[in-house]
Design a binder for this molecule. Structure first.
Ligand SMILES: Nc1ncnc2c1ncn2[C@@H]1O[C@H](COP(=O)(O)OP(=O)(O)O)[C@@H](O)[C@H]1O
Ligand SMILES: [Mg+2]
Length: 254
């Protein structure tokens, strides 16, 4: 059997049509230097510091794909605000011949709106039978993933780990793996070293120099978390040694 080629193979920025690279969203480094961003047929991660442009790029990919900028499936069309950038108008999609049957765009900040929409549509049963407002954010996201995310779908998720314990992040990883085996493709912005460990994933790091692919073990998330957990007392000692209240902290010996 031939390997699933994904739905969206790449996005390209029509650089010649960009009116002004000094202006948002074109001014942010991840867009400023962008030419063509190739996507993994299974899963692509965008990582980088807060403000590095992950959400801007992710949202443009989602809107270009046809999702509502506020998040949800393609059937959701509510707008509580017009905050998304015009970046999607300057992207070209390179799609495969495969057609997706479904999908979901999870915006980091607007899960509440999506939960409301699901309640309003009266489709609560397909999300696990419980209003997503009445369960915790983390439970709601896992319910969404296990009940609503189906095969042959394209998913764009912005920091899906936000409310998940480390253990639940591993559960999310298992659910994602099942979906990938069922011909799904993911593009995910994340800070989670657990999620981004998915085998063969492509990881793009956004920073002030632009956007480039990095290996999992090279990501600051992997290194910093590993170093911190391996030597947390020493790290805390260095981090806090110049703080005025340091004498009140019992850091023990490393
Ligand atoms: N509507 C906007 N107008 C101007 N600047 C914006 C707007 N939205 C975001 N920015 C800026 O663009 C940069 C990238 O933001 P964002 O894509 O949200 O980053 P990330 O998701 O990586 O934290 C930030 O410096 C942010 O302040
Ligand atoms: Mg963001």
């Amino acid at each position: 059997m031939e390997a699933f080629p994904g739905f969206l193979n790449a996005v390209r920025l029509k650089r010649d049509l960009v009116p002004d690279f000094r202006r948002y969203p074109f001014s942010i480094p991840s867009v400023n230097q962008l030419d063509r961003l190739e996507l993994n047929p299974k899963i692509t991660f965008l990582i980088g510091e807060n403000g590095s442009g992950k959400s801007t790029l992710l949202e443009a990919i989602a809107v270009k794909w046809g999702f509502n900028a506020e998040g949800g499936t393609k059937n959701f069309n509510f707008a509580t605000r017009e905050s998304h950038s015009e970046l999607h108008e300057f992207l070209v999609s390179e799609r495969s011949l495969y057609r997706a049957h479904g999908g979901f765009f999870l915006r980091a900040e607007s899960f509440y709106n999506v939960a409301t929409q699901i309640d309003d549509l009266g489709v609560v049963t397909s999300y696990g039978g419980e209003s997503l407002h009445r369960v915790s954010h983390g439970e709601a996201f896992l319910a969404l993933m296990s009940n609503r995310f189906q095969g042959d779908s394209f998913f764009v998720l912005d920091e899906p780990e936000a409310a998940l314990s480390p253990h639940r992040q591993m559960s999310a990883l298992v659910l994602m793996h099942r979906l990938i085996l069922d011909n799904c493709q993911f593009v995910i912005a994340t800070h989670s070293p657990i999620l981004m460990s998915y085998p063969d994933a492509w990881i793009y790091e956004c920073d002030e120099t632009g956007i480039r692919r990095v290996a999992y073990e090279e990501t600051p998330h992997f290194r910093v978390t590993r170093d911190f957990l391996n030597r947390h007392r020493t790290m805390l000692h260095h981090l806090l040694k110049d703080e005025p209240d340091q004498k009140d902290l019992d850091l023990g010996s490393a």
